[in-house]
Design a protein around this ligand. Structure first.
Ligand code: G3P
Ligand code: MG
Length: 242
């Protein structure tokens, strides 16, 4: 890991703020994170919303699937109190809201948009996300990632220029041929991959290796002899101060 390793705030500064809320994203910028990672799902009326789970009960005071609720309905729920009463005014942000805010920042914050379509393959999710990125002229600052390989294929079909990354777990022996086949530029992996011989090979082949989710100093230091370029963490301030 070089001195140039960048720190991405996973779901925002989600160790201290409710994940995937504007409060968490703003806090990440305040501590100087190089990037933020966020998760996108789609509402019943086809709006792009920033929330990790397919269902809203873990992180809001509502119930049900995101796909069964309109944006108007989703916006009525409190997305902060589950974490702490101080955040009762947080709601589920739209991707548009987050990206509009990113445009106001004085530096180029990288936004890793994870398409959360590995369980529910939302129709036209890729088109909508790409259209928004281009409307806001943010294609230089966004990285699209997904566990869903069909989705990565669709992104490439629509847009050859947007940066994409394959998300995976463990150390899949065929990951380099899969990455090549999908035309992705980056690999988003667990520490075990970065530490493996295959991880080194992938980095020598030119793939940026971005590791999720490292939340301890021990975990961070375990990456010292690797070629990791980004560490995603719920506690960006912990590593940025090193
Ligand atoms: O994008 C990296 C990481 O966020 C993938 O896992 O479940 O935290 O979205 P998850
Ligand atoms: Mg994610």
């Amino acid at each position: 890991m070089s001195n140039k390793v960048e720190i991405f705030a996973h779901r925002g500064l989600s160790g201290l703020y409710p994940e995937n809320t504007m409060a968490a994203f703003k806090a990440a910028v305040e501590v100087g994170a190089h990037g933020i990672e966020l998760d996108v799902q789609m509402s019943q009326d086809g709006e792009l919303v920033v929330i990790h789970d397919e269902k809203i009960e873990r992180t809001t005071n509502g119930v049900g699937y995101v796909k069964d609720l309109t944006l108007n309905r989703l916006k009525q729920y409190d997305a902060g109190s589950w974490f702490h009463a101080d955040f009762k005014n947080e709601n589920i942000p739209t991707l548009n809201e987050v990206l509009e805010w990113v445009k106001t920042l004085p530096y180029k914050l990288i936004v890793n948009i994870e398409l959360k379509n590995d369980r529910i393959d939302y129709e036209k999710l890729e088109e909508k996300v790409l259209r928004l990125i281009h409307e806001l002229n943010l294609h230089q600052q966004c990285i699209l990632s997904s566990f869903n390989r069909d989705s990565l294929r669709r992104i490439y079909e629509i847009d050859h220029n947007i940066e994409t990354a394959l998300l995976f777990q463990g150390v899949p022996t065929d990951v380099l041929s899969i990455a090549k086949n999908l035309h992705v530029q980056g690999l988003h992996c667990e520490a075990v991959f970065a530490q493996s011989i295959l991880g080194r090979k992938a980095s020598l082949a030119g793939y940026p290796i971005r590791v999720y989710t490292i939340n301890t100093l021990e975990g961070f230091h375990s990456l010292e002899n690797t070629n990791v370029s980004v560490v995603m963490t719920d506690f960006p301030q912990m590593f940025l101060s090193l």
